[in-house]
Design a protein around this ligand. Structure first.
Ligand SMILES: Nc1ncnc2c1ncn2[C@@H]1O[C@H](COP(=O)(O)OP(=O)(O)O)[C@@H](O)[C@H]1O
Ligand SMILES: [Mg+2]
Length: 264
């Protein structure tokens, strides 16, 4: 089938995707909880080194979509392709080994260990094995990751000493430690000031420059505008629009979806 990109809203709702349409592809992904359809035959493709914004009102099905993609639980129907392979239903720890990681909105660092140790403990098991016996290499790697996410000055403190923004950076650092090619970032800007949003935006942009593909989940577009290449907007488990941030904010269906008073 044609790999011609279609960016217009609703243009490809009926379209089906194949394994080679992107580094991460969902084709007709569906998740039902009893009678509730949380993800309603959703199809999307993420390109290598892209930063995709995955947006929708609360309850739209964002987390459920990514729980199906990252192997938290299998979809009811549909297919997930990662790096050209069918990975549908593969459990989360195996997806991490394949090169996919994610951050969680609710996470609990080890409070009695320094920040750098929290990152070190998240290093890929293969990496630990390779480096074991090479005195201090794992700690060096963890220190390097801390610097990359802007925790260079505070990596020897405990997590409880970090401000809220520091905690979000730590969660990002822990996800990077598994050496992912694709990273799913869940609401990274929640509760941040404009300056902190800018700082994290730069961190994620630099990860992309180093070859990573990012999908950033958020319930609004504020803050994402300077970061994402493309937005994918869902409501009630279905896509309602896809395009640049500017195209999305002008889309009547998107505005309708947010009439409940939530900010786009
Ligand atoms: N484990 C579950 N069991 C039953 N219903 C669920 C479960 N997880 C999510 N849902 C429902 O699926 C819908 C989508 O939820 P969710 O994916 O968390 O939305 P979002 O992340 O976009 O806010 C909601 O109606 C939610 O109540
Ligand atoms: Mg959610």
């Amino acid at each position: 089938m044609s790999a011609e990109p279609e960016t217009g809203a609703r243009a490809d709702r009926e379209r089906s995707y194949g394994p080679d349409d992107g580094i991460l592809v969902a084709d007709d992904l569906r998740k039902e909880f009893g009678g509730l359809v949380a993800v309603d035959d959703l199809s999307f493709a993420v390109q290598e080194q892209e930063i995709l914004g995955f947006i929708g009102p609360n309850g739209a099905g964002k987390s459920t979509t990514f729980n199906c993609v990252t192997g938290t639980y299998p979809p009811t129907d549909g297919t997930v392709y990662f790096k050209g392979e069918d990975v549908t239903g593969i459990p989360a720890h195996d997806m991490v080994k394949e090169g996919m990681s994610r951050t969680f909105q609710e996470f609990a660092p080890l409070e009695d260990r320094p920040v750098v140790k929290n990152v070190e403990l998240a290093l890929a098991p293969d990496e630990l094995f390779t480096l074991s016996g090479m005195g201090g290499e794992t700690e060096q790697l963890a220190r390097e990751i801390c610097r990359r996410v802007g925790l260079g000055e505070v990596m020897d403190q405990t997590p409880s000493e970090l401000p809220h923004a520091g905690m979000l950076k730590l969660e990002l650092g822990r996800a990077i430690a598994t050496q992912p090619d694709v990273m799913l970032v869940d609401e990274p800007f929640a509760g941040l000031s404009a300056d902190e949003v800018q700082e994290l935006t730069e961190v994620m942009e630099s990860l992309r420059q180093h070859g990573m593909t990012l999908i950033v989940v958020d319930h609004n577009m504020r803050g994402l505008l300077n970061l994402i290449d493309r937005a994918f907007v869902i409501q009630f488990g279905s896509k309602i629009a896809e395009g640049t941030p500017e195209e999305i904010t002008d889309d009547p269906e998107v505005q309708e979806a947010y009439l409940g008073g939530e900010e786009i």
